[in-house]
Design a protein around this ligand. Structure first.
Ligand SMILES: Nc1ncnc2c1ncn2[C@@H]1O[C@H](COP(=O)(O)OP(=O)(O)O)[C@@H](O)[C@H]1O
Ligand SMILES: [Mg+2]
Length: 311
């Protein structure tokens, strides 16, 4: 059953069209990823769904009911984990959770029960009495997620919740989200990390410059780029001239650079690699490594936008 329906939602800041006619829906138990680079419009989209920002146009339905800035009944079904940590560093994990529980209108024994439940979910039960200021970045992120779970939401919205955390915390975060989805919660997850979207999301919307450029399961999205492969070159110096020469190779469809790394989208890597190596050898750069990758979501993004996901 569809739980969240976003229909042609738009938001501009002055002349900047931050979000343009974005539509998608999420079913109960489904995890939907918004994958896009910084500035794509992910947080703005989320702010409208959470109900802190009014769309210029378009509509949002939650559980089949119209949802908006003033609608507290639908808002109560949302758990929101913001991009920036929203915690009190001088309070313990427990006191932070109790504070937010009261904010949600839950107190007494019920609040204590929920805080205990949440601490288990985010695997911080043994650190409950420590001040958040003593927490690692990953632990603070997990507690931030815990706050979003206090009201037992049916729609859990997380805005880049795993940015800058260690691998162990990232795993714990992704697993706690997967458990929520398994309980039937509809999950909206934004990220600019392809790996997270691939691992977590049933469906992904690729967002860039305020628009959803493509949507589907990972398999559906990858099939859109057809037989394209990615060749990743690591170069040292003289990258610009090499890129100009590489763009002239007919089999090369897209070229993007990220520091000393150059990514080429090519029709058929096997037949193109020799030509690519020859071209690099003729330019004034040193080739450090070459790698051929099967198409993944990064390839899809490059194909759709002509640029790398991480900028
Ligand atoms: N409060 C704001 N005022 C003006 N412009 C904003 C504001 N918030 C976001 N923007 C702009 O809207 C666009 C989308 O931003 P955002 O939704 O934060 O993207 P993302 O979360 O994908 O990084 C960007 O161009 C950003 O600069
Ligand atoms: Mg953002």
């Amino acid at each position: 059953m569809t739980f969240l329906e976003v229909e042609k939602v738009s938001k501009s800041y002055g002349s900047n069209k931050a979000v343009e006619e974005v539509s998608f829906s999420i079913a109960e138990g489904e995890t939907y990823g918004l994958l896009g680079p910084n500035g794509a419009g992910k947080s703005t989209t989320i702010s409208m769904i959470v109900g802190v920002l009014r769309p210029d146009s378009g509509s949002i339905r939650i559980g089949g009911r119209p949802h908006g800035v003033g609608n507290n009944a639908t808002k109560a079904q949302i758990g929101f984990v913001p991009q920036e940590l929203a915690l009190y560093p001088d309070l313990s994990a427990w006191d932070n959770l109790m504070f937010f529980a009261r904010l949600y209108g839950v107190s007494g024994a019920e609040a204590r029960r929920r805080c205990g439940e949440v601490l288990e979910l985010i695997d911080l039960a043994d650190r409950a009495r420590e001040n958040v200021s003593a927490f690692s970045g990953g632990m603070a992120r997990r507690l931030n997620i815990g706050v979003g779970l206090l009201n037992r939401p049916r729609l859990l919205i997380l805005d880049e919740p795993a940015v800058g955390v260690d691998a162990q915390s990232r795993n714990a975060i992704l697993e706690s989200i997967q458990r929520q989805a398994a309980e039937g919660v509809a999950v909206l997850y934004t990220t600019h990390y392809m790996e997270e979207a691939e691992r977590l999301c049933d469906r992904v919307g690729i967002i860039d410059l305020g628009r959803i450029r493509a949507e589907g399961t990972q398999r559906e999205l990858v099939s859109q780029v057809g037989e394209d492969d990615t060749i990743v070159l690591s170069l040292s110096g003289g990258t610009e001239r090499a890129v100009l020469a590489l763009k002239k190779i007919p089999q090369v469809r897209e070229v993007s650079t990220e520091g000393s790394e150059v990514r080429l989208l090519v029709r058929d890597a096997r037949s193109t690699v020799p030509l690519v190596l020859e071209t690099v050898a003729d330019s004034e750069t040193v080739l450090r490594s070459v790698e051929v990758r099967e198409p993944d979501l990064e390839t899809v993004f490059l194909h759709l936008t002509g640029k790398a996901l991480r900028n």
